[in-house]
Design a protein around this ligand. Structure first.
Ligand code: HEC
Length: 139
C-alpha cells in the first residue's frame, strides 16, 4: 500500500488543474479564491532553492550591491549631506542592530522600517559589514 503522503500528493495534482480551470471561468465577478490546502502544498514540489552563497568574496560583493540602495538617502559611502544621518563611521554591530530594530518595529522611524523590511537578516548582516568595513578602511 502507498504511504499516505503520496496519496495526498496525487490528490493535489489531480485537483489543482480542475481548480484552476473552474476559477478562470468564474474569475470575472467572483472574489479571489481563498488559499486552499492545494495552493499551499504546491511549493513543496517546486524546484529546490539555489545553494546558499558561501564564498567570502561573493558575499562581500553582495553586501556592496545591497548597500547601493542606501546611498540615495544616506549619501555615497554613507556620508550624508542632508538631514538624513550618516552611516559612514558607524560600526557593523551598530548598523546591524539598528536595521534589525527598524525591521521589527522596535525602533520607530519614518522610512527605515519600510526599507529594512525588504531585507532578510542575512542581507542586513552583509550590508552592515560592508559599511562597517568601509569606515575602517578609510580612517
Ligand atoms: C528613503 C531614504 C532612505 C533609504 C533608502 C535608507 N535610509 Fe536609512 N535612514 C533614513 C532616515 C530618514 C533615517 C532616520 C530614521 C527614520 O526616520 O527612518 C535613517 C536611519 C538609518 C540608520 C540609523 C542611523 C543612526 O544614527 O542611528 C541606519 C543605520 C540606516 N538608516 C541605515 C540604512 C541602510 C544600511 C540603508 C540601505 C539598506 C538605508 N538606511 C536606506 C533614510 C533612508
Amino acid at each position: 500500500m502507498l504511504p499516505k503522503k503520496n496519496v495526498m500528493l496525487g490528490l493535489v495534482f489531480a485537483v489543482v488543474p480542475l481548480f484552476q480551470a473552474s476559477s478562470t471561468v468564474i474569475a470575472a465577478d467572483a472574489p479571489a479564491p481563498a488559499s486552499t490546502p492545494a495552493a499551499t502544498a504546491a511549493p513543496a514540489v517546486a524546484s529546490p532553492a539555489p545553494a546558499p552563497i558561501t564564498d567570502p568574496v561573493k558575499l562581500r560583493e553582495r553586501g556592496q550591491i545591497l548597500a547601493l540602495s542606501c546611498s540615495g538617502c544616506h549619501g555615497t559611502d554613507g556620508k550624508s549631506a542632508s538631514i538624513i544621518p550618516s552611516i559612514y563611521g558607524k560600526t557593523t554591530g551598530y548598523i546591524e542592530s539598528a536595521l534589525l530594530d527598524f525591521k521589527s518595529g522596535a525602533r520607530t522611524s519614518t522610512v527605515m522600517g519600510r526599507h529594512a523590511k525588504g531585507y532578510t537578516a542575512e542581507e542586513i548582516h552583509l550590508i552592515a559589514e560592508y559599511f562597517g568595513n568601509l569606515s575602517k578602511k578609510k580612517n
